[in-house]
Design a protein around this ligand. Structure first.
Ligand code: S3P
Length: 431
């Protein structure tokens, strides 16, 4: 795909539904009693993987099409059928990790989970180990760390579990397993990760309490059935992030991004862009079905370098690739610390962004758990590759907007994992 530099960027865009909330609406709807209706579900490859796995276990999920309400006919907490074949989670870490939690407690049933090349190389013991503490039997390559994974469902037992990483996927897997375990389960995270599961499980009727400093301790008691709900999925702030950075770095740009989820466990990107001096305002803040939502306005302006790390990282973990792009166009030296988790995402995002932006002339030094980016260097058009990673594809598209000369991007189709209409939206907004 050819990516010419842009004259300017203007107009309004509605990003598709939040990926994390979409997965959860399908999964929780699948094990609730009755019908769940989902508006705004993300019609992209990752949630389709979750829907297909659920269908293979007897859950009714209507066709997933942009702009249409999706209906899920739940089978109840223990109603999932043993599938006759392997469950394919595609590229989706959220599907595989949350499914492991959901399936580990389905006594007497056997499940095998696999995924694409990227997913089969991502660590799963982070979920398997806490589930094993609850009594789960999960086997896989390299001592259960890599898919294909075989799950022999059994009765699980509630435990207090300290998770070693602040990961919403790990936390959510444990919460799903805890729904039918004996006794109560407490998950204690080292820092708060996104809390969509806690909010939505409560709305579906789970007996769940959040406490601890900064909401890092979640206790769940079994015994309550989930009831089907009407869910409204807000736009994904992780998808809006591409437009926020594009608007901030492109001379003359002015963009409005409508209906964006603003859950505080996800808004780290706004805080960093504001610290950088980006001209961003939040309009029309409101609450939609238990999640804060607003419209965002961004205009071009000078940017200063950032220094990020610690508890902020889980609140913007998926936005670091596009923040690296913003750093290239900022004045000063930016630093990302404590972000080793990026090495086990769909690709090793620290290495891939350093390599790809490096091809455009960016000065990036990569560390084990972060990177240093020297801003103020004009990037030049180059031959680029998403390396199959959706967020890399879209971040590179943003970088190319203001590069000197045209770029060529290989494997742009990766964007369809989370944002299938990205290239159409880009074509419409550039003029
Ligand atoms: C997600 C959690 C994050 C994030 C991923 C989606 C979720 O992963 O990177 O894109 O929906 O729970 P971790 O939980 O591994 O940090």
């Amino acid at each position: 795909m050819s990516l010419p530099g842009v004259g300017s960027l203007r107009g309004q865009v509605r990003v598709p539904g939040d990926k994390s909330i979409s997965h959860r609406a399908l999964l929780f709807g699948g094990i609730a009693e009755g019908t769940t209706r989902i508006d705004g579900l993300l019609p992209a490859e990752d949630p389709l993987s979750t829907a297909d796995c659920l269908r293979a276990m007897g859950v009714g999920v209507s066709a997933i099409r942009a702009g249409e309400t999706v209906e899920v006919q739940g089978v109840g907490l223990d109603g999932l059928l043993e599938p006759g074949d392997v469950l394919d989670c595609g590229n989706s870490g959220t599907t595989m990790r949350l499914m492991l939690g959901l399936l580990a407690g389905r006594a007497g049933r056997h499940f095998v989970l696999t995924g694409d090349d990227s997913l089969r190389g991502r660590p799963m013991r982070r979920v398997g180990a806490p589930l094993a503490e609850m009594g789960a039997l999960i086997h896989g390559r390299l001592d259960g760390n890599f898919a294909p994974l075989a799950v022999q469902g059994r009765q699980l037992h509630g435990r207090t579990i300290h998770t070693p990483v602040a990961s919403a996927q790990v936390k959510s897997a444990i919460l799903l397993a805890a729904l039918t375990a004996t006794g109560e389960t407490t998950v204690i995270e080292p820092a708060q990760s996104r809390d969509h599961s806690e909010r939505m499980l409560r709305a579906f009727g789970a007996d769940l309490e959040v406490g601890g400093t900064n909401s890092t301790e979640i206790t769940i008691r079994p015994g309550s059935n989930l009831r089907g709900q009407d869910v409204v999925v807000p736009g994904d702030i992780s998808s809006a992030a591409f437009w926020l950075v594009a608007g901030a770095i492109t001379p003359g740009a002015e963009l409005k991004i409508e209906n964006v989820g603003l859950n505080p466990s996800r808004t780290g990107i706004l805080e960093v862009l504001e610290q950088m001096g980006a001209r961003i305002s939040v309009l029309n803040s409101r609450d939609v079905a238990g999640e804060p939502v607003g419209d965002l306005h961004v205009a071009h302006g000078p940017l200063q370098a950032f220094d990020i790390g610690g508890e902020l990282i889980p609140r913007l973990v998926d936005e670091i690739p596009v923040l690296a792009v913003a750093a290239c166009y900022a004045t000063g030296v930016s630093r990302v610390r404590d972000a080793g988790e990026l090495r086990v995402k769909e690709t090793d995002r620290l290495a891939v962004m350093a390599r790809q932006l490096g091809a455009m002339g960016a000065q990036i030094e990569e560390f084990e758990d972060g990177m240093v980016i020297v801003g103020g260097q004009k990037l030049k058009g180059a031959e680029l590759d998403s390396e199959t990673d959706h967020r890399v594809a879209m971040s590179l598209a943003v970088a190319s907007l203001v590069a000197v000369g045209d770029s060529k991007l290989h494997r742009p189709e990766a964007a369809a994992v989370s944002y299938p209409s990205f290239w159409n939206d880009l074509a419409r907004l550039r003029n």
